[in-house]
Design a binder for this molecule. Structure first.
Ligand SMILES: *[C@@H]1O[C@H](CO)[C@@H](O)[C@H](O)[C@H]1NC(C)=O
Ligand SMILES: *[C@@H]1O[C@H](CO)[C@@H](O)[C@H](O)[C@H]1NC(C)=O
Ligand SMILES: *[C@@H]1O[C@H](CO)[C@@H](O)[C@H](O)[C@H]1NC(C)=O
Ligand SMILES: *[C@@H]1O[C@H](CO)[C@@H](O)[C@H](O)[C@H]1NC(C)=O
Ligand SMILES: *[C@@H]1O[C@H](CO)[C@@H](O)[C@H](O)[C@H]1NC(C)=O
Ligand SMILES: *[C@@H]1O[C@H](CO)[C@@H](O)[C@H](O)[C@H]1NC(C)=O
Length: 389
C-alpha cells in the first residue's frame, strides 16, 4: 500500500514540475562582480605524479554578462552535424531595440564551401594524463582524430554520442603564464584565444539526429547532443580534469550551455544552463532555465545565443536565422520574435565579491562541498517567472 502510494505520488510529480516547450529562453540580469581562481601551475603532467595548483590571487571580473564576457570556446557533442557557425560582435545591441547596434561577423564556418575564417577546430585527442585527461590537438577533418595542422571539418561530418570537438578563434596565445594573455595552459597544446566581447553572439545551423550508430552501453552520453560555451581557459588546461585544481571551472570562470540534452528520458528537449556563481553555490547543477527548446531529430535547426548590452542572454531557435556577414539589430530582433514563446529567468543580483563570495566560492576542490553548496541554488530557482509574448 505504502509503495503504491509512493508510486502514485512520484508519477504525479513530473506533471507538476514538468517544464514546457519554448522558442526562446531569456536570462536577465546576467553578469556580476566576482572572481575565480585560475590555474597557476601544472606539474608532471604526463606522469602519475601529475598535479596542479590554483592561483592564490583572485582573478576578478565585473560588468554585464561577466564572467561570460571573457573569451569563450565553443563545444559540440554528438550526435551532431554542423553546417554553419558564426561569431558576431556589436557595439551596443539591446534585445528588443531595433535602433540599437548592428552586428559584424568576426568568425565563420560554412561546411558547404569549406570556409573557416577565424575558426580553429580542436579536439581532445592528445596524450592522456592522470590529472588532466586527454590533451587538446588540432582536429582532423572528421572532428575527432588528431591532426598536425589546422584542418577544416569536412562537410556532413557527423559526430556520434560522446564524441566532441571544439572551436577556438585563430588568434594564437602568447606563452603560458599566469599574467600572460591566455594564462597558464597545458604544455604542447595548440593554444588559441576564445571569442571575446561583452556583447557577442554565436549562431549555428546544425542537425542533432537520433543516435543510430552506437548503443546505449558503449557510451556515457547516449543520444545526448549539446552545443555549449566555456571560458576558454578551461579546455586550455583541462576540460575533464581528475583534479579540480587543474581548471578554473570549479571556482566559477564560466560555462553557458546553449542547446543541451540533459538525459535520455528527455532526449528531445534542449535545455540552457549557466554554470557560474551568480546567486547559486551549486556550480555542478548551475542555473537551468525553466523551459526547453524542442530538438528536431529529422530536420536542420538554426539559432544561437545573444549576449546583449543590458546583461540579457537570449537563446533562440528560428528558421528565419541567416548567418550572413552583417546582421542588423532589427533582423535579429525579428528572428527572435519568430522563434515563438519566450521563457524568462531573472538571475539574482549578487553583492560585490568582498561580502558574498567567501561562502559561495569553492576553493577549486568543490567535490567535497558539492552537497552543501547545492542547498543554496534553489532559492534562486524559486524566483524564476514566465513571460509569454
Ligand atoms: C586516462 O588515464 C586515466 C588514468 O590515468 C584513466 O582513468 C582514463 O580512463 C584514461 N582516459 C582515456 C580516454 O584513456
Ligand atoms: C577573431 O576572433 C578574435 C577573438 O574574439 C578577435 O579578437 C579577432 O578580432 C577576430 N579576427 C578577425 C579577423 O575578425
Ligand atoms: C587543490 O589545492 C588545494 C589548495 O592548495 C589543496 O589543499 C588540495 O589538496 C588540492 N587538491 C588536489 C586534488 O590536489
Ligand atoms: C531530465 O532532465 C530534465 C532537465 O534537467 C529534468 O527536469 C528531468 O528531471 C530529468 N529527468 C531524469 C529522469 O533525470
Ligand atoms: C527548418 O528548416 C529545416 C530545413 O529546411 C527543416 O528541416 C525544419 O523542419 C524547419 N523547422 C521548422 C520548425 O520549421
Ligand atoms: C559589414 O559591414 C561593413 C560596413 O558596412 C563592411 O565594411 C564589412 O565588409 C561587412 N562585413 C561583412 C562580413 O560583410
Amino acid at each position: 500500500m505504502r509503495s503504491a502510494l509512493l508510486a502514485l505520488c512520484l508519477s504525479a510529480l513530473p506533471s507538476v514540475f514538468a517544464s514546457s516547450s519554448y522558442g526562446a529562453i531569456e536570462f536577465n540580469n546576467l553578469g556580476f562582480d566576482g572572481y575565480y581562481r585560475q590555474v597557476a601551475s601544472i606539474s608532471n603532467e604526463d606522469t602519475s605524479e601529475c598535479t596542479c595548483a590554483l592561483s592564490t590571487d583572485k582573478t576578478a571580473f565585473s560588468g554585464k554578462n561577466a564572467p561570460l564576457n571573457e573569451g569563450l570556446s565553443v563545444h559540440f557533442r554528438g550526435p551532431l552535424v554542423l553546417s554553419q557557425f558564426g561569431y558576431y560582435v556589436s557595439p551596443s545591441f539591446t534585445h528588443g531595440s531595433d535602433s540599437s547596434g548592428d552586428w559584424s561577423r568576426l568568425a565563420y564556418y560554412d561546411a558547404d564551401s569549406s570556409t573557416a575564417e577565424n575558426v580553429t577546430f580542436l579536439t581532445n585527442a592528445g596524450t592522456n594524463s592522470s590529472c588532466l585527461g586527454k590533451a587538446l590537438t588540432y582536429a582532423g577533418s572528421d572532428g575527432i582524430s588528431s591532426a598536425q595542422n589546422p584542418t577544416v571539418l569536412a562537410k556532413d561530418t557527423k559526430i556520434v554520442s560522446d564524441q566532441e570537438y571544439t572551436i577556438f578563434s585563430d588568434v594564437k596565445c602568447g606563452s603560458s603564464g599566469v599574467n600572460n594573455d591566455c594564462g597558464v595552459y597545458r604544455n604542447g597544446i595548440p593554444a588559441f584565444h576564445g571569442y571575446d566581447g561583452d556583447i557577442k553572439m554565436f549562431l549555428f545551423e546544425f542537425e542533432m539526429p537520433k543516435e543510430t550508430t552506437v548503443s546505449k552501453d558503449e557510451v556515457s552520453y547516449f543520444d545526448m547532443p549539446a552545443i555549449w560555451l566555456l571560458n576558454a581557459r578551461i579546455p586550455r588546461t583541462s576540460q575533464y580534469p581528475d583534479n579540480g585544481n587543474c581548471s578554473c571551472w570549479n571556482s566559477g570562470c564560466g560555462e553557458f550551455d546553449i542547446f543541451e540534452v540533459m538525459n535520455t528520458t528527455e532526449s528531445s528537449h534542449l535545455y540552457s544552463t549557466i554554470h557560474d556563481y551568480q546567486g547559486t553555490g551549486d556550480i555542478e547543477n548551475g542555473l537551468q532555465a525553466d523551459g526547453y527548446i524542442p530538438r528536431d531529430t529529422t530536420g536542420s535547426m538554426k539559432g544561437g545565443v545573444v549576449f546583449d548590452s543590458t546583461g540579457t542572454a537570449v537563446v533562440f531557435m528560428s528558421n528565419s536565422t541567416s548567418i550572413t556577414g552583417n546582421i542588423t539589430a532589427s533582423d535579429l530582433n525579428s528572428w527572435i520574435k519568430e522563434a515563438g514563446t519566450v521563457v524568462t529567468d531573472t538571475l539574482s543580483s549578487v553583492a560585490p565579491a568582498a561580502t558574498s563570495s567567501t561562502s559561495k566560492k569553492s576553493d577549486g576542490s568543490s567535490l567535497s562541498s558539492k552537497s552543501f553548496l547545492s542547498n543554496i541554488g534553489f532559492s534562486v530557482l524559486s524566483a524564476l517567472y514566465y513571460l509569454t509574448i
